[in-house]
Design a protein around this ligand. Sequence first.
Ligand SMILES: [Zn+2]
Length: 261
Amino acid sequence: MFIDTHCHFDFKAFAKKQIECWRECNQKGVFKLIIPGVSTKQWSVLPDIAEAHSGIYFALGIHPWWLEEQIGAHQNIDNSPEIGQQIRNGVQHHRCVAIGECGLDKAKNSSLEQQINVLNWHLTCAEELGLPVILHCVKAHNEMLACLNEFQTVVGVVHAFSGSYEMAMEYWRRGFYIGVGGTITYERAKKTRDAIRRMPLESLLLETDAPDMPLQGRQGAPNSPEYLVDIAECLADLRGDSLDTIAKATTENAHTLFTKL
Ligand SMILES: [Zn+2]
């Protein structure tokens, strides 16, 4: 059994084929999937999608790419009692397993200061509500680690990790799992492949980030949670483990981190 710990199954790419796609996933051994939150506007549809399929869970958060749009609607997310109430109510749902996705992205043009404020707000929520966080981090690992240092009790996952072994270990020491996705299928991603190969198996989670992050050989087409097993096979080859070992370990890791799964 495999768990896709990060898939945007609510996005348009899956609109008319959720049932068919999820059936295909089940046939390939993917039985659970987590849909990350990206904006408050989208939060209300997540419980409906989760309830429509067995094995589908979700998280609530504001993705850095949606921050500008979100700020247009609500000034000061971190001070908004309305959004605070909305997240507190939302996480009560039995299929809501985490806070996120949230984080820092220096490849985006929005203010880093604003991104840090909103990330800290998510970390405060995670600490208060006792839930893990799903982090998005692009070119901002040092700033991210500085934020995490202020929240010693918060654990989670660095989704779609890309970086060195030393950086991955910095996260793992703080209680953050490493999200392994399509990046490892690319020969040129040498540093990330080396990091994932050397990390303890207990630190790794599988994810597709579909419809984004197509695997090697499938560029140009939307990614799908059906391909999670291909990532697992690539991980098994990379580490010299059997597919069965990878399946068991990553599934157990996901259940350890996301206790509501
Ligand atoms: Zn994502």
